[in-house]
Write a protein that binds this ligand. Structure first.
Ligand code: GLV
Ligand code: MG
Length: 305
């Protein structure tokens, strides 16, 4: 892949609900996934697969990254989720999201199965990517090996709800600071480990859902924290969250313009003046400044600023 895909907003769509699938087509998101996991009741798992295949085949997802979240590898549904979706709609699919990944071997399993199916139904081998959700203590402990597990890996996705449950956090509000913890950000360690592992292996880092869907200010606060660290995007559950995510995971116009200015000034300094450091107003620029500006400019260009 040359340019990483834009994933500022990643819309979660229950695979068993045709009304939500229809609505999702009209939303201006960078990416979406049709869910076969936790948004689908056990009794609906089988039927949901057919709905997901149909939704992918019917198209209408213009420009959006198309994903399906299968069930985790400890369930009786996982293998058939992958086989049914990829055999029937693999050509209309960009990635699979694997939830509750706890070790590299989970990713190896999916990679191998994908390759077998791609060969069997004549799809280009290796095109379908893998996104691994880190959502418990074991997953976080193994996050480095998970990030490195396959060339198909595209993202690490933080799963806050499952993660909070897995460490016995004394809170019921997903993504908010646990009541009683008032000395900092309770998630900083988790988020940084995921982000650093992702960057060390050239992957994107995606923040998970914020479940209080009508509280857009709170969504903005939660998204603002992970965007500031460097995360590439966040799951969205409601149209109210879509616009906020698109804005928050792009740089401000002011920062974007300044980044382009830095790049121009530094390019001029190094090529025309043959100097490694230069002043731009009151600011001294060197090669590291160029790299920082490149990040902001890249995010801004991807967002169409
Ligand atoms: C998402 O899957 C979560 O557990 O938050
Ligand atoms: Mg989860």
């Amino acid at each position: 892949m040359t340019e990483p895909r834009s994933r500022r907003s990643v819309l979660a769509v229950p695979g068993s609900n045709p009304r939500f699938v229809e609505k999702a087509r009209g939303l201006d998101v960078d990416a979406f996934f049709l869910d076969l996991e936790d948004a689908v009741a056990p009794s609906e798992k089988e039927a949901a697969r057919a709905g997901v295949v149909r939704a992918l085949e019917d198209g209408g997802w213009d420009g959006k990254v198309r994903s399906v979240r299968v069930n985790d590898i400890t369930t009786e549904w996982a293998y058939r989720d992958v086989i049914t979706v990829v055999e029937n709609a693999g050509a209309h699919l960009d990635t699979l999201i694997l939830p509750k990944v706890t070790a590299a071997r989970d990713v190896h399993w999916l990679d191998t199965l994908l390759t077998q199916i791609e060969r069997a139904v004549d799809l280009p081998v290796g095109r379908i990517g893998i996104e691994a959700q880190i959502e418990d203590a074991r997953g976080l402990t193994a996050v480095e090996e998970i990030a490195a597990a396959s060339p198909r890996m595209e993202t690490l996705v933080y799963g806050p709800a499952d993660f909070m449950a897995s460490i016995n956090m004394k809170s019921l509000v997903v993504g908010e600071q646990p009541p009683g913890y008032d000395t900092g950000d309770a998630y900083h360690h988790v988020l940084m480990r995921i982000l650093v592992a992702a960057r060390a292996h050239g992957l994107q880092a995606i923040d998970g859902p914020y479940l209080q869907i009508r509280d857009v200010d709170a969504f903005r606060r939660a998204a603002g924290r992970t965007a500031a660290l460097g995360f590439d995007g966040k799951w969205v559950l409601h149209p109210l969250q879509v616009e906020a995510a698109g804005e928050i995971f792009a740089p401000s116009q002011e920062d974007y313009d300044h980044a382009e200015l830095i790049l121009d000034a530094y390019a001029h300094a190094t090529t025309v003046d043959r100097r490694g450091a230069v002043m731009l107003g009151e600011e001294m620029l060197d090669e590291a400044s160029r790299k920082m500006a490149l990040v902001i400019a890249g995010k801004g260009r991807a967002a169409g600023l």
